[in-house]
Write a protein that binds this ligand. Structure first.
Ligand SMILES: Cc1cc2nc3c(=O)[nH]c(=O)nc-3n(C[C@H](O)[C@H](O)[C@H](O)COP(=O)(O)OP(=O)(O)OC[C@H]3O[C@@H](n4cnc5c(N)ncnc54)[C@H](O)[C@@H]3O)c2cc1C
Length: 449
């Protein structure tokens, strides 16, 4: 029996396990620090009280229960010795014949981890709960405040980063402020709410066409969100942010500006890129280690033209499947196949009835894009029960503007003792305004696929 160990039960790891499930001659151990798979694309809805955490998290054991040769173990992988095929975890050691690294990313503060306390990122359920608590507390405190200055600060929200997550967060705050505040809060005028997206590049949603970015920016403006382009946040504290010499006093600051692969690839000694991703060969194996693969957000897959695959669920899913198929090819003595990515396009939602979607030359916005966004997210969400619950929640919210989970409790507070801290990083140059002079591209200066 060949023993395949998969580290990480996200989109990549899960799909390796599915490919190998119930195949002869192989046993699989999937290790994850959580006992559930998290559907991260809908995490912002948990943060914005539209969905409950249980509706986007699914137990890995249940998802893989039909595969008799797959065992799920909850544990944290600390490091790996690729020369003795040993994995070191928080509960002991394990050996493997083939290893798949699929640990994903963590939020990244460009060497300013001290900002984390004041501006939580959105990567885990705990962070989503914290963001929800902060936004709700800001409304509650503004409702009772008699001080106009304090009220203004409490009703100012800054989202750092204008990628899809930043846009979704800002759009949701805009929508919630309009409908929730006007209906349930007697002492707040929704017009007092100010929401900013601070973005260091010339335009938000850079991986989309300029035409769709313009439409998204206009839609955000209608929800009261002001986009500050070419604005690099240089400091964050308990009272707001500093953008160059301009200060914005804000009650709530949210971080959606950067992620970085978990540091384990570097700890093991693999070659990584500047975002910590493990550089992989065309068959997704780690160069020099044919028995080790890396996939999903943790892998750096580069096309011959220099383009790098972005951190998307569809990339992770396809890479997981391809790794699983190559492991089977090895077992059957067949040659491995190079990874071929099928571009499924990209989408972002701004609010009710407003989204943008792009695939090749096909560009959609407004209601058609929003309907596609809903359908795709429901389709990829795991489990029929979750799909039905989420559909019901969305239907209810659509017609009533009611949000499901707006309860806040101070005891739930987890910052600053955040359970999953950002990876420690050396101080890095923050992307300065001069980046605005560059053509749009990702952090490596390369336009993403
Ligand atoms: C808020 C948000 C919104 C997003 N929206 C979209 C979207 O709309 N569309 C889209 O395509 N993509 C979106 N993405 C990106 C997408 O979710 C990721 O690309 C995808 O989840 C990557 O899958 P993965 O398997 O590589 O990693 P992940 O899904 O992150 O899974 C990694 C797993 O590894 C586990 N792990 C990590 N380290 C260890 C360790 N040391 N030991 C054991 N286990 C470990 C983690 O617990 C986790 O379960 C979004 C991401 C976020 C955070």
């Amino acid at each position: 029996m060949k023993h395949v160990v998969i580290v990480g039960g996200g989109f990549a790891g899960l799909n390796v396990a599915r490919e190998l499930g119930n195949k002869r001659g192989v046993r699989v151990t999937l290790l994850d620090k959580h006992n559930f798979h998290l559907f991260q694309p809908l995490l912002y809805q948990v943060a914005m009280a539209a969905l409950n955490a249980g509706e986007i998290a699914y137990p890995l054991r249940m998802m893989l229960s039909k595969y008799k040769n797959v065992t799920v173990l909850k544990g944290i992988v600390k490091t790996v010795d690729p020369f003795t095929n040993t994995i070191f975890t928080d509960f002991g050691e394990l050996t493997y014949d083939t290893l798949v690294m699929a640990c994903g990313t963590k939020h990244h503060y460009f060497g300013h981890n001290e900002w984390e306390e004041f501006a939580p990122g959105l990567k885990t359920i705990a962070q989503a709960a914290e963001i929800r608590r902060r936004v709700m507390e800001a409304y509650e405190n503004a409702e009772r405040s008699q001080n106009p200055e304090e009220k203004r600060k409490l009703l100012t929200f800054v989202v750092v980063g204008g990628g899809p997550t930043g846009v979704e967060l800002a759009g949701s705050i805009g929508e919630m402020s309009r409908h929730y505040l006007s209906k349930y809060f007697k002492n707040i005028d929704p017009k007092q709410v100010r929401i900013f997206i601070a973005h260091s590049a010339p335009r938000i949603l850079q991986t989309f066409s300029a035409e769709l970015t313009d439409k998204a920016t206009r839609a955000l403006a209608e929800l009261g969100v002001e986009v500050l382009s070419c604005c690099t946040v240089t400091s964050i504290d308990a009272d707001g942010v500093l953008i160059g010499s301009e200060r914005i006093d804000a009650g709530t600051v949210l971080w959606a500006a950067g992620v970085r692969a978990t540091s384990i690839g570097k700890t093991i000694g693999f070659e990584t890129d500047r975002s910590g991703r493990i550089i992989v060969a065309e068959d997704l194996s780690v160069p020099g280690h044919p028995d080790i693969f890396a996939g999903g957000d943790q892998a750096h897959f580069e096309f011959p033209d220099g383009n790098i695959l972005p951190g998307l669920a569809s990339v992770a899913l396809q890479e997981g499947q391809a790794i699983g198929r190559n492991i089977l090819n090895d077992m059957q003595g067949k040659p491995r196949k190079p990874f071929v990515y099928k571009d499924k396009g990209q989408m972002a939602t701004i609010g009710k009835n407003i989204a943008i979607a792009e695939r090749g030359q096909v560009r959609l916005s407004g209601i058609p894009a929003w309907i596609i966004w809903l359908a795709v997210h429901l389709y990829y969400l795991s489990g029929a029960k979750h799909r039905i619950f989420v559909l019901l929640q969305w239907g209810w919210s659509y017609f009533t503007f009611g949000h499901g989970a707006r309860i806040v409790n101070k005891e739930w507070r987890f910052y600053p003792t955040v359970p999953e801290k950002a990876e420690p990083a050396e101080k890095e140059e923050l992307v300065s305004d001069s980046a605005c002079a560059l053509p749009s591209g990702d952090a490596d200066g390369k336009t993403r696929q």
